[in-house]
Design a protein. Structure first.
Length: 504
């Protein structure tokens, strides 16, 4: 793979440095000929950073999915109903939606790296506390704290991707990011089921505490600061806590490009105050509101399906905790396949449209580029959820509903990857807050959905319950149709407003 940053550069307003020994070097004059690259990282380095933030983002899923096989056991040990234990999933999802609105705003101003470290310290403390809990009230409360520490990692990871990638490559990297964070969907329930059955459900939280403690060390050593108002394209020399390990990547870049110029503070994007309500600006932006609501509905149905899966399989097919955990593999693998394939498709669609518009990004119909295939993923999720419900209702061989979870996971993550890429495209300077807006909508609606899942199925039956959910998803497809219809008008309005602001 070629290094897309390996060219000499030097522009007015930048001072130029050459790495000498262990120093970042001496300032020399270079004629201004080429533009600065969007980021100093090579393709291999970008992949390393994507893997790091994807692993970081996976903790949110691990804390959720590793817990599912233990629900009946926890209910028995704490002397409460399964419905009450399901509320710990609801409370987790509520804070999963709320927490990134604060952490995302902090990360968009103070930096990605320091915010990652703070959130994981909270997560570590919560895991240790959960491993020692003895009553239901503590379980609910500390699960909220655990969610506060882990949930923001997805928005922070999306922010890093926005910092270091261009639009033309962002879809593929976002697909890899989403696929990586979905590993827990596949293996989390297996680990959780095995631990709960052999060592008890508390061992699940000890496992998470040890895992995050070790990972936090690697993150602190390998992840540089990427926020563009702090580090620019990565070449700006940060002082203090954020200097390491960024300085290592800078030296590698200067060895590849000995005539490269280094950004000065005057050339960094302007810093802005922490705006904890910044997510609302994205959430209520006319260009994305319809898309966010669409995603929230489809995500909610997906989470309702996963939440009831362990209970339905255990009662219908008399499976053990370990066996229930194994059934989640299909959903996890489907999710990863959906994320990876969608990322490649998004990049291909962008390249085709970019060639048609000869690289004029401002004129490209980004709504059409990113959302054109949404009807396909919608049809796949609707059909798989409908089939899943009726196969369980009629007690068909469990292989059929398990295959349906594979297809549902594929479709759900294809939709999520598409919307995540679309949001970063529209809000490159506030990508963490924009991702937090998406997260808030889907998690709050998902929390309500998971709380209502079992009452709905107990009330009208499994088959008809999932039929109702499929009908809701079909109706929601109209939001995407409307977005595509209004996209050009809203895009022109945005460009006109931006032009007026710049003129003023």
């Amino acid at each position: 793979m070629s290094d897309n940053n390996s060219y000499a550069l030097g522009v007015e307003g930048f001072d130029t440095s050459i790495s000498t020994g262990n120093e970042l070097g001496k300032h020399v004059a270079v004629e201004a000929k080429d533009k600065q690259p969007y980021s100093i990282y090579s393709n291999n380095e970008k992949m390393i950073l994507i893997i790091i933030v994807s692993t970081a983002a996976s903790f949110s899923g691990f804390a959720s999915n590793i817990y599912y096989p233990s629900l009946p056991t926890i209910a028995t040990e704490l002397c409460v109903s399964v419905e009450l234990v399901n509320l710990t999933i609801t409370s987790y999802m509520i804070f999963q939606g709320l927490a990134p609105t604060f952490w995302g705003a902090l990360a968009d101003v103070k930096g990605r790296r320091i915010t990652f470290i703070c959130t994981f310290l909270v997560f570590f403390a919560a895991c240790v506390t959960l491993a020692n809990t003895r009553n239901y009230g503590t379980l609910v409360g500390v699960r909220c704290l655990q969610s506060t520490g882990s949930a923001s990692s997805i928005a922070l990871g999306a922010g890093v991707i926005g910092d270091i990638t261009t639009r033309s490559e962002r879809g593929g990297y976002m697909g890899i990011f989403q696929a990586g964070l979905l590993v827990p969907v596949a293996v989390g329930p297996i680990i959780g089921g095995g631990l709960a059955e052999s060592l008890g459900w508390r061992s699940v939280f000890w496992f998470l505490a040890i895992y995050v403690g070790v990972f936090l060390i690697f993150l602190a050593i390998l992840l540089p600061e990427t926020l563009r108002s702090v580090a620019g394209n990565g070449s700006f020399r940060i002082r203090g806590f954020g200097r390491f390990p960024l300085v290592v990547y800078q030296r590698r870049y200067l060895r590849r490009n000995p005539c490269a110029s280094i950004q000065t503070e005057a050339n960094l994007p302007s810093k802005k105050p922490i705006d904890v309500l910044g997510f609302l600006k994205a959430l209520l932006n006319k260009r994305v509101t319809l898309v966010i609501v669409f995603l929230a509905i489809y995500y909610t149905v997906w989470q309702m399906t996963i939440t009831v899966l362990s209970t339905l399989l255990e009662t219908t097919y008399k499976l053990s905790e370990t066996q229930v955990g194994l059934t989640f593999i299909a959903n996890g693998v489907g999710s990863m396949v959906g994320s990876l394939t969608t990322g490649k498709l998004l990049d291909k669609e962008y390249r085709v449209m970019s060639a048609r518009y000869e690289g004029r990004e401002d004129e490209m119909p980004i709504d059409h580029v990113r959302l054109r295939l949404m009807w396909l993923w919608s049809a796949l999720q609707i059909s798989s959820v409908l089939t899943f419900g009726w196969m369980l209702d009629k007690r068909i061989h469990m292989a059929v509903p398990i295959i349906c979870t594979f297809l549902t996971g594929w479709a759900a993550m294809a939709i999520q990857s598409t919307v995540s890429t679309y949001m970063v495209d529209l809000f490159p300077d506030g990508s963490a807050s924009a991702s937090a807006a998406v997260n808030l909508a889907r998690c709050l609606l998902g929390a309500g959905g998971t709380a209502a899942a079992m009452p709905i199925l107990n009330g009208i039956g499994i088959g008809w319950g999932f039929t109702m959910l499929s009908a809701i998803m079909f109706a929601a497809l109209g939001l995407i149709i409307l977005q595509l219809h209004l996209g050009r008008k809203l895009r022109l309005q945005y460009q006109q407003n931006r032009a007026h602001v710049m003129e003023g």
